[in-house]
Design a protein around this ligand. Sequence first.
Ligand code: RP5
Length: 161
Amino acid sequence: MTDRPLVAIVMGSQSDWETMKNAAAVLEKLGVAHECRIVSAHRTPDRLVSFAKGAHEEGFKVVIAGAGGAAHLPGMVASMTHLPVLGVPVESKALKGMDSLLSIVQMPGGIPVGTLAIGVPGATNAGILAASILATSDEALAKRLIDFRTAQTESVAERPS
Ligand code: RP5
């Protein structure tokens, strides 16, 4: 793993970490350097602007942004950077993450957010997808990704035990 973080994982609240740590875990497994930060679109708007505007200059190649409820973080980050932004709808208590999903996925044409599934599978897949994006220009990472997928396939039993 290189020291320089290539993937930024940002989340709206400490309470999102339970979900977003799964994106970090899969990046760790794939040997992709990453950095995790709390950036709230509503509670820390200035932090949001400086993160999003500076993400490219900081050296990040992909941003994973997770938020729940009125989940404006991924879209607002995408509005201020040309980097690919992967959005993870965190499962909310009141509406089970449907609010998060719709807040993230319904972006206006021109400002894309690649939206993943609600909750843990979405966070895990955001990590894998970020690695896939980076692997298009990193052969060693592509090899690790292929090995990861092969191991996953081989771990599936033919019959239930
Ligand atoms: C959003 O509000 C966060 O992304 C989080 O999912 C949700 C609730 O935040 P807390 O009240 O738990 O800090 O901004």
